[in-house]
Design a protein around this ligand. Structure first.
Ligand code: NAD
Length: 305
């Protein structure tokens, strides 16, 4: 087996690592030599049993682990987690934002509190953790950050408006932080996994549940956490398959002033929707430039003058 990707002397934080995908990610990173902060929630007595068990597995295999029960929605708890990691190992190279919950209901029946909670755990939880390591990674000129997205965000799923919105927010966060982290060698990516875990228990047939093991996803995390990782990619992973989600913009049409109406758009709809020549834009300002150029060209205006 090719084990040339090594993470020796690197420190990784994995949130929600007590079970499911997070557990598998933590074990996979440790197997490549990373020291791992195993984060998960604690019980009422403050004991994070699941995270302790994962840390024990890492130690038994000869690795190093630190348990921290920060609730990712609480920025001060997250800061404490990062401080403890720094006290112990003096760096943070890898952050895997994995912690998550579901509160599924149709939008019609969904209480706003369920919407807020899901946004808080997935979006603000990822923001809190990333904010707490960002300056450290900038100072080190090195960082690998992964946000956990989902096919629910990328494509939609019935009854998951809160979860889908939170998971697509991961892509927006990645897009901006990729640009801001670029010159500090901070690479930012998303993982869109599918796996049989407590979260998906009962949602898929037993055979599919077993086939889509967390362990079949985690090589994707090791790849995105490695020095040679790409940046701003959405890696879709499940059952040993890997693919990329990509966003494209059609070339579109520019309507002259006498046609610049909703009816003009309706008439041009097929051309607006035509995928020929569609492109992946690299930043928001690329779209501004594209639209301004199209307009100027159509109106015969020279923008250079
Ligand atoms: P899971 O429920 O098995 O594990 C999630 C872990 O996160 C749990 O151990 C939980 O205690 C922890 N957690 C929840 N809230 C937390 C908080 N506020 N602070 C710290 N820890 C917290 O679920 P999983 O399937 O392993 O999911 C892991 C991630 O992958 C989630 O972000 C999930 O949305 C995402 N995901 C999973 C699938 C899938 O098919 N399982 C698909 C798409 C995305």
């Amino acid at each position: 087996m090719n084990m040339s990707i090594r993470l020796d002397d690197q420190v990784a934080i994995v949130t929600g690592a007590g079970r499911g995908l997070g557990r598998s990610h933590a074990l996979a990173l440790a197997a490549r030599g990373a020291k791992v902060v195993v984060n998960d929630l604690a019980d009422a007595d403050g004991y994070a049993a699941d995270a302790q068990a994962v840390a024990a597995e890492i130690s038994a295999a000869g690795g190093e682990a630190l348990v921290h029960s920060a609730n990712v929605t609480d920025h001060s708890q997250v800061e404490d987690m990062v401080t403890k990691a720094m006290d112990q190992w003096n760096r943070v190279d890898i952050l895997i934002n994995n912690a998550g919950i579901l509160r599924d209901k149709t939008f019609a029946k969904m209480p706003l509190d369920d919407f807020r909670l899901v946004i808080d755990v997935h979006l603000m939880g990822s923001v809190n953790c990333t904010k707490a390591v960002w300056e450290i990674m900038r100072q080190q000129s090195y960082g690998r950050i992964v946000f956990t997205s989902s096919s629910t965000g990328l494509y939609g799923n019935f009854g998951q408006a809160n979860y889908g919105a939170a998971k697509m927010a991961m892509v927006g966060l990645m897009n901006a932080l990729h640009l801001e982290g670029e010159k500090y060698n901070i690479h930012v990516n998303c993982l869109a996994p599918v796996a049989g875990t407590a979260m998906t228990d009962g949602l898929m047939p037993d055979k599919v549940f077993e086939l889509l093991s967390p362990e079949s996803v985690s090589p994707g995390i090791v790849f995105l956490a490695a020095p040679g990782a790409p940046s701003r990619k959405v890696l879709c992973a499940g059952g040993g398959s890997f693919a990329l989600y990509k966003g494209f913009e059609t070339d579109g049409v520019n309507l002259l002033p006498d046609n610049l109406t909703a009816d003009g758009i309706a008439d041009a709809w097929d051309a607006i929707d035509n995928e020929l020549g569609m492109r992946q834009l690299q930043r928001g300002s690329d779209q501004t430039a594209k639209l301004a150029l199209k307009s100027a060209e159509n109106l015969g205006i020279d923008l250079a003058r």
